[in-house]
Ligand binder design. Structure first.
Ligand SMILES: Cc1ncc(C[n+]2csc(CCOP(=O)(O)OP(=O)(O)O)c2C)c(N)n1
Length: 407
């Protein structure tokens, strides 16, 4: 049985697993008024093809407000509306749900954008405009209702017609009370789930290295408590689309400034806070080398941390962008130190894995051995470039801003 199958729950199973929480108002945050809730509930009831999108602020809140993750899952279950997660919203609601439709890694043109294009009402929950937008709003396009604790700054790509501002758990519970059993069109978009997930997986299969990487990492990470931390590079796109995330804060990535060099320090923080869980930092060679000296910190703190370095001697994301614009490759290639010797010189452990070999035993041994362990994977991106170079599936009016700033 694959990890994906192991984690896929039936609707009944989901109902049994998630219990709502009434603990939220103890924090004294502002809550939405009944009049506003009634107005928004009426708009959702009138929708023909509604869609939820969980964003970075939802994931942050779910990780820090007691009971909120269960409230968000309950909202999905009680309304039956399918959902997407943004890159930083992944794990807010478990992607093992039969209502999960995918994760946009870009702002348009991916397979998953078909469901966004076809929705007539989009409900971003915890949309955070620091994140690169999961979709581009256009004048005359879909209705968007922003559900969050704070109003969004209005941007050319995000100008929701309605807002429901207040403590998210309260808003979702109050909406579910008004909507449960009254949404005949809730699952109007669900027929797209199978083809979209299949097309996304098929695309990943073409990127053989990317698919193997995600599968091998998934194999050694337990679904609800292992923590995967990403630096910033080309591999982030494949992981965001294909790594199944089931709990808030179990996939840590930066889809805002996307700063290279963040992977190892974030991994250190995650390992300090979660000493009993598996923590892995996945880094490109370029990103790793920006903060590699923090290996000393990780060793000094006696952390258990596995660091995977994808060694392609290249700023792969930049090469890929150059290729996608038919530019000649320029200024992206470099040479590397011996990463195994580098790790050993910091008194960490090091292993080198040939890309043709199975990565799983090396990762498993690194976790089992404990301590700080660098696993270098020689990476051939030659069959791993479609993520960015694919032409968008459909291109409508040119967006006004922030589309090409991928990283
Ligand atoms: C500090 C910083 N500088 C530059 C960039 C722009 N940038 C994004 S990805 C990337 C290349 C990353 O290379 P690497 O870490 O080797 O990963 P790869 O893309 O090869 O997988 C660059 C230069 C950035 N995001 N952050």
């Amino acid at each position: 049985m694959t990890r994906q199958q192991k984690n896929t729950r039936s609707p009944e199973g989901e109902k049994r697993m998630v219990k709502g929480s009434d603990l939220l108002h103890q924090f004294g945050r502002p809550i939405a008024s009944d009049a506003k809730l009634n107005q928004i509930a009426a708009r959702i009831t009138a929708a023909k093809r509604p869609l939820l999108i969980f964003g970075a602020a939802a994931s942050r809140a779910a990780a820090s407000h007691l009971g909120l993750a269960a409230d968000m899952a309950q909202f999905v279950i009680r309304t039956g509306i399918p959902f997407l997660a943004t890159q930083m919203g992944k794990g807010t609601v478990s992607e093992s749900s039969h209502l999960y439709m995918g994760t946009p890694a870009l702002s348009e043109g991916e397979d998953v954008h078909e469901v966004i294009d076809k929705a007539d009402l989009i409900l971003p929950i915890g949309h955070d405009t620091t994140e690169k937008p999961p979709f581009i709003m256009r004048k005359g396009g879909q209705e968007v209702i922003h559900i969050a604790e704070q109003a969004p700054p209005v941007e050319p790509v995000y100008f929701p017609q309605f807002q429901l501002i207040g403590e998210i758990g309260h808003s979702l519970k109050a909406l579910a009370d008004r909507l449960e059993g009254k949404l005949p069109n809730a699952q109007a978009l669900l027929y797209l789930r199978k083809p979209i997930l299949e097309r996304t997986a098929a695309r990943a299969t073409e990127d053989r290295f990317a698919l193997r990487l995600v599968n091998d990492i998934s194999e050694v990470m337990t679904p609800h408590d292992s923590i995967l931390v990403l630096d910033n590079g080309q591999y982030k796109i494949s992981v965001a689309r294909n790594y199944q995330t089931n709990a808030p804060n179990t996939l840590l990535l930066d889809n805002a400034l996307a700063t290279m060099g963040a992977g190892l320090p974030s991994g250190i923080a995650a390992a300090m806070l979660n000493p009993l869980h598996r923590v892995m930092a996945l880094c490109g060679d370029g990103g790793f080398l920006m903060t590699s000296q923090e290996l000393e910190t990780a060793v000094r703190l006696k952390l258990n941390l596995v660091i995977v370095i994808l060694n392609n001697k290249d700023y792969g994301m930049i090469s890929c962008k150059q290729a996608s614009k038919d530019f000649k490759n320029f200024g992206t290639k470099f040479d590397n130190p011996d990463f195994v010797k580098l790790a050993e010189s910091y008194h960490a452990k090091g292993t080198r894995v040939d890309p043709r070999d199975d990565l799983v035993p090396a990762l498993e041994a690194a976790f089992e051995g404990g301590g700080v362990h660098v696993v270098e994977v020689a990476t051939d991106y030659s069959d791993y470039k479609r993520g960015l170079t694919d032409k968008p599936r459909s291109r409508k009016a040119k967006p006004t801003t922030r589309l090409s700033d991928l990283g």
